[in-house]
Ligand binder design. Structure first.
Ligand code: ARG
Length: 574
């Protein structure tokens, strides 16, 4: 679908290309509060031509204005401080937005198939350990990106890449053989494995030979000894079951589960072939791939001097398999914390040397803490994600009960679930992912302010108006008329709705769910101003009533589906 603002954009882009040639200046959205729709900066071109950008903008604006016709969506061009500002014909723009929303209905905002595939690596925990809050962020951000990229027209493959290989599993196997208890394992597999891991390290302090025992046991696993393999597979299976249950509460279901261990052999083959091609080289007994020019930065170590592969080489092998298996892949996205910046920088460089430049995108994010302080396993204070989600639901239920004492118990449970889980997701996604986040229950669950419940409530409110108007669910309002949009609040709301497709596009292009979150918050603000100033159900005249109703319906749809793209469900009632 070619939305009205896209159509204007394309016209402006064409004018800019014809005017300036390559490189064409980027058509921008002017800052908030500006009446202009787009702005074309003239600085770069002015610089290369050695002319004054202000004067250049004046000349260009005048020239472009001459080419305008009365029927067009663009009304005028004006120069301002080195930019050519583009102004739309308001009436035509409003009509265009209403028409787009009406004809696209529940697909409004989404884009046509781009014929490109992206692969998103997310969640990706270590087996035999509880999911950390870092994995929570990865899961939430990854799932939102998957949804947003799909809405942008990409084919998206989601992969949960489980870390299940390395000497630590030798230690764990040894610990289980020594101290493991079948009953405890069955009751709480991950909890028991964590206990055993901690226990092993405690014992290790007294008895350093345990280190060797762990290594020997891992050797056995590597060599495929049945007993070790059977046990290890059980660890893996139980871990995955538990992870899937937890992330299921966030509405997440993985397209694929891939295991790091399966890339052990493939990594060896890859390293051999890279050695042959001269891309990898021997260095002090190890095999490395030189990645950075800067000598101070470490290369990618592909094989240790003892002949074993590493996380990096297994990840590299799995990246190549993704490229091959889901071909043609335009991006490999990894939603992983900033702590692994170096790992992914190395991986990206290695892929470039192998012949895949610009394919890897490390979608990094900061740390999370709870109001009570940092969450860390090292300090021995593990926060189970399930407990965090339970707490969110419990707190949401309290608030819902207070607001709606008469709500039926099962309805309340479902509303609390959507509000509680939604609050956690929104608290994460409403901020630039690079930033560290602090979970603040009060703010997350506030019905006023930039929170999930505020947005969910805005959508529920719209749905209630539609219901009161007697509009059958699933039916789209017909007969809206942009000429009936007179109040500034109505116009503001339509303009906000008009930006939905672009908000999706920008969030996708920048891998930035917070762009979409911020957009939805703006829509809810416009809605609330509309709601207080403009009467919908008691509107004077049928055409006006229908138009306002159509506006409420489109708003409901944008809010509900926008939240869904973030991974947040809207309750039926609140
Ligand atoms: N398992 C790693 C961890 O928990 C993250 C893996 C990220 N994905 C990847 N393909 N390297 O820190």
């Amino acid at each position: 679908m070619n939305y009205v603002l896209d159509r204007i954009y394309q016209q402006v882009e064409k004018l800019a290309t014809d005017e300036f040639g390559e490189p064409t200046p980027e058509v921008r959205r002017p800052p908030k509060g500006s009446q202009a729709i787009y702005a074309v900066p003239c600085f770069q071109y002015a610089k290369t031509k050695g002319v004054n950008p202000m004067q250049l903008a004046e000349r260009v604006a005048a020239r472009w204005s001459k080419g305008l016709t009365d029927e067009g969506l663009i009304e005028r061009f004006e120069a301002a401080r080195g930019y050519v500002n583009v102004f739309a014909n308001q009436q035509k723009l409003l009509a265009g937005i209403l028409q787009d929303a009406e004809s696209a209905g529940e697909c409004y905002g989404t884009h046509a198939d781009r014929g490109q595939t992206v692969v998103v690596d997310y969640c990706s925990p270590n087996i035999a350990k509880p999911l950390s809050v870092g994995h929570l962020r990865s899961t939430i951000i990854g799932q939102a990106l998957i949804n947003i990229l799909r809405a942008r027209g990409y084919k998206v493959v989601g992969i949960n890449f489980l870390s299940d290989w390395g000497t630590q599993f030798g230690k764990l196997l040894y610990a289980f053989e020594q101290w493991g208890e079948e009953e405890k394992f069955t009751a709480d597999p991950i909890g028991h494995l964590l206990d055993l891991y901690v226990h092993f390290h405690k014992e290790l302090k007294e008895n350093p030979t345990l280190e060797d025992k762990g290594r020997t046991t891992f050797r056995k696993l590597e060599q495929g000894e049945a007993k070790e393999r059977v046990l290890w597979k059980r660890f893996r299976e139980e871990s995955l079951n538990s992870f899937e249950k937890t992330v299921g509460r966030l509405g997440v279901h993985f397209d694929h589960n891939w295991y790091e261990s399966e890339f052990e052999k493939k990594a060896h083959d890859l390293i051999d072939s890279l050695l042959e091609q001269g891309i990898a080289e021997h260095s002090e007994g190890a095999v490395i791939i030189r990645t950075f020019e800067d000598e101070n930065k470490p290369p990618l170590v592909a094989r240790k001097s003892d002949g074993t592969t590493l996380y990096a080489s297994r990840d590299l092998a799995s990246a190549l398999e993704r490229i091959e298996k889901f071909s043609p892949v335009s991006k490999l996205i990894y939603a992983v914390a900033t702590e692994q910046n170096l790992h992914f920088a190395n991986l990206a460089k290695a892929l470039e040397r192998i012949g895949f430049p610009d394919v890897l995108e490390h979608v990094r994010f900061g740390m999370v803490s709870l109001p009570e302080g940092k969450i860390s396993t090292r300090e021995g204070r593990v926060v189970y994600l399930d407990e965090l989600l339970d707490e969110a639901e419990r707190r949401a239920a309290e608030i819902i009960t207070e607001k709606n004492p008469d709500m039926a118990a099962d309805t309340r449970a479902e509303v609390a679930r959507r509000v509680g889980i939604g609050s956690v997701i929104y608290a994460d996604l409403s901020q630039d992912r690079i930033k560290d986040i602090v979970f603040d229950w009060k703010r997350m669950l506030a019905f006023e302010g930039n929170s999930a419940p505020y947005l969910q409530y805005a959508a529920v409110r719209c749905a209630r108006i539609l219901q009161k108007a007697g509009l059958p669910t699933g039916e789209w309002v017909q007969g809206t008329d942009s000429a009936k949009l007179e109040e500034p609040e109505s116009i503001e709301l339509v303009m906000a709705l008009g930006r939905f497709p672009q908000a999706i596009a920008e969030a996708a292009e920048r891998y930035a769910p917070h762009v979409l979150a911020g957009y939805l918050y703006d829509v809810a603000g416009s809605l609330s101003r509309f709601y207080t100033q403009v009467s919908v159900l008691k509107a004077a005249g049928e055409a006006t009533r229908l138009t306002r109703l159509g506006l409420v319906q489109a708003t409901e749809s944008v809010l509900r589906r926008g939240l869904a793209l973030l991974g947040i469900q809207t309750p039926e009632v609140m």
